[in-house]
Design a protein around this ligand. Sequence first.
Ligand SMILES: [Zn+2]
Length: 285
Amino acid sequence: MLDSGRPPHALLVHGPGGIGKRRLALRLASAILCIDPRSGPCGACRSCHLLDAGSHPDFLRIEPAEGESAIPIGSVRDLIDRFTLAAERARVAVIAPAEAMNQAAANAFLKTLEEPAGRATFILASDAPGRLPATIRSRCRKMAAPAPPDAEALEWLETKTDPAIARHLLALSGGAPLAALELGQRHDKEALLALHAETAALLGGAADPIEVAGSWRKIGDGELVLSGLFAVLGDLVRRGAADPDRLHGAVDDVVETRRRWLEVPGLNEPLLYEGLALRCAGTAA
Ligand SMILES: [Zn+2]
């Protein structure tokens, strides 16, 4: 695509979270803007230096503000101001995570997509492309970015974090190496190992559900507890270690709990965990 010298007008890089889609989008942007690209940005030309310094006039990165989850319309207006004047030189905007554009921002962006000016390239990265308006999706060339093979992800992760825990981090993150690295930075090693061990014991019928629910609560991160459950359930399914119907019932239960947990603010967490732990323990019976 880059060798042809004609990058697409809009590219949507999609795949699971925590595997490096935004990094890929930024690297593609560098390669498109690079004056002397080979198999990627040269790293030495004026354009590459300007990008490194964060002051490239033809590059724009659009993302939610620090601590915010949505991309506001103001950011898209900047893009429109800078990208609607026709220019012969290449210009690139990276929008990540693209699904974070609110309705107004998405509508404004769609107008820019419909009326391209000059050699502009928009690179969108998304974990949840289904949440983008279909009108935006249909105007982008799609590029699927799958999670790397487990062995490759593990090899990389072991160079970045304590090798003793790398495998657990990867399992807890559904095989996404960057997510695993971030997880390891947010939580201490002992707590993560205990989560994995206790959850496995619970599903094996070897732990008291009320006690396990108590230690889940102490972790203080519902998202992590639920990913821990997913990881252990996934292991059991792969090893054929329990009755498949019961296991799949437990997976559905975790999915449903997670949905409620995300949708209902101020949910009674102790009760939620206890209910889930009791039902998961029943899976093993
Ligand atoms: Zn360069």
